[in-house]
Design a protein around this ligand. Structure first.
Ligand SMILES: [Zn+2]
Ligand SMILES: [Zn+2]
Length: 377
C-alpha cells in the first residue's frame, strides 16, 4: 500500500515539472502527468518500477559503513540474501563504486550470497527487517537453525550470560517475551540450569533497542548517547555477553560517540568499549565481514592515540622518566601490532588501496617513526 502511494506521489511529482499550464487552470493543482513521456504506460508500471528499485537498491555507505544514501546496480542486485553470506558489497573508495568481495571460499556453481541487513541482529529482528524492506522471509541456514530453536544451540546474538559458569563463558537462551518473571535457563557450556530474571533482562534489553532505534533515525546526539550508555552498558553487561544484541552495537556506538576523544577519560571509555566489541564480534560475524574489520580498524586507530595522554617532555634520566618511556613503548608496540593486523585485514575485506586501508597505513607509518625516535632518545 505504501508503495502504491509512493507511485502516485511520483506521478504527481512528475506533473509538477511540467511547464506552464493554460491560464484557465489552477497552477497549484497538480494533475497526473502523461506517463508515456516517461516510458510508462500506466500507474501499475510506475509502481513496478518503484518496487524493483526499492527491493534491489543498496544502502550507499561511506568507507566506514555510515549510510549516506541509496545506490543501484543491476549486476550486484543479482546476489540473493543470506544471514550467513559468502560475499559482501563494499564501497572501498567512498561512493564512487561498489565491489563484491568473497569472504569465504566459494565453490564452482555455489550461489553467491550477500546480506541485506545487520547480521548482529537476532532472528526476529532480521526477519522483520527483511519483510519490511524487501518483502520476503529468510530461510537461510542460520534462520532455519534459529527458528527450530534446537535445544543444544544458543544463538550468540540473542542470549544471556551464565554468571558464575564453571566453564567461564557459558550462555543460555534469551527468555521469551511474556515469560514468567523468573525463568530457568540451561547453560550451553556447563549444562547447568540457572535462574534469569526475565522481566529485568527484557526491560534493559528493550532500553538498548530503543537507543539503537533513535540512533538509526538520527535522533541521538553523541552527548546524550554518552550519558545514556554510561549506565545502560554496565546494566546490560550484568545479564548479556558482549556479543549479544543489542550490546555489541551499543559498545561500538559508545566508542564512536567518544571519538575523537576530547579528554583522556573519553579515550579510556572509547578504547574499553571498542576492545570489548572487537573481542566479541567474531562470535556473530564472519572474520572477513566489513563490520568486524571496521571494529578492528577503529580499535587499532584508538590505540595509536594512547600516548597523547603522556606529557610531551620526558626527563629520561629520572626513574619516572624511564617508567614513562617504557609505558609509551609498550603502548606503541600494541598499536603497531593491531595496526599491522588491521591493514592486512582491510586488504582482505576492502581490497588493496581502500580509503580505510590507506588511512591505517599512514597511522602505522607514524607510529613506527615515533618508535624509532623513542629508541634513539
Ligand atoms: Zn536468514
Ligand atoms: Zn555455565
Amino acid at each position: 500500500m505504501r508503495l502504491a502511494q509512493q507511485a502516485q506521489h511520483l506521478q504527481h511529482y512528475l506533473s509538477a515539472s511540467i511547464p506552464t499550464k493554460g491560464s484557465d487552470e489552477d497552477e497549484d493543482q497538480l494533475l497526473p502527468v502523461n506517463m508515456e513521456d516517461f516510458g510508462f504506460e500506466n500507474v501499475q508500471e510506475v509502481m513496478n518500477f518503484c518496487s524493483s528499485f526499492h527491493v534491489n537498491s543498496f544502502t550507499l555507505s561511506s568507507p566506514s559503513l555510515t549510510p549516506i544514501g541509496v545506490s543501484n546496480s543491476p549486476l550486484m542486485a543479482l546476489s540473493n540474501h543470506s544471514c550467513d553470506p559468502n560475499a559482501i558489497v563494499v564501497f572501498p573508495n567512498g561512493a564512487k563504486y561498489m565491489e563484491l568481495i568473497a569472504i569465504k571460499d566459494i565453490q564452482i556453481d555455489q550461489e553467491i550470497l550477500t546480506s541485506y541487513i545487520d547480521l548482529s541482529c537476532p532472528y526476529d529482528i532480521r526477519q522483520r527487517d527483511l519483510k519490511e524492506r524487501y518483502g520476503f522471509q529468510c530461510a537461510c541456514t542460520l534462520c532455519e537453525k534459529s527458528k527450530d530453536q534446537a535445544a543444544d544451540w544458543v544463538d550468540p546474538r540473542w542470549c544471556v550470560r551464565h554468571e558464575g559458569c564453571k566453564c567461564g563463558d557459558g550462555k543460555g537462551k534469551m527468555p521469551v517475551t511474556g515469560s514468567k518473571r523468573v525463568v530457568s535457563v540451561k547453560c550451553d557450556k556447563c549444562k547447568e540450569d540457572f535462574k534469569v530474571n526475565a522481566e529485568e533482562v527484557l526491560s534493559v534489553v528493550q532500553k538498548g533497542v530503543d537507543v539503537l532505534d533513535s540512533d538509526e533515525h538520527r535522533q541521538l546526539d553523541y552527548k546524550t548517547a554518552q550519558r545514556t550508555l554510561s549506565t545502560l552498558i554496565p546494566n546490560l553487561q550484568k545479564h548479556l555477553p558482549n556479543h549479544s544484541y543489542p550490546l555489541l552495537s551499543l559498545l561500538r556506538l559508545s566508542s564512536v560517540s567518544h571519538t575523537p576523544p576530547q579528554s583522556p577519560k573519553d579515550l579510556q571509555i572509547a578504547l574499553k568499549h571498542i576492545k570489548q566489541a572487537y573481542e566479541a564480534c567474531y562470535e556473530v560475524y564472519n572474520q572477513n565481514h566489513a563490520t568486524p574489520t571496521l571494529i578492528l580498524c577503529e580499535y587499532a586507530k584508538l590505540l595509536s592515540l594512547k600516548d597523547s595522554e603522556q606529557p610531551k617532555a620526558i626527563d629520561l634520566n629520572g626513574k619516572k622518566g624511564t617508567e614513562m618511556k617504557n609505558t609509551i613503548i609498550r603502548n606503541l608496540l600494541k598499536a603497531i601490532e593491531m595496526l599491522t593486523k588491521a591493514v592486512k585485514q582491510s586488504e582482505i575485506t576492502f581490497g588493496k588501496g581502500s580509503v580505510v586501508g590507506k588511512e591505517l597505513e599512514g597511522i602505522l607509518e607514524g607510529c613506527k617513526e615515533e618508535m624509532e625516535r623513542l629508541k634513539r632518545s
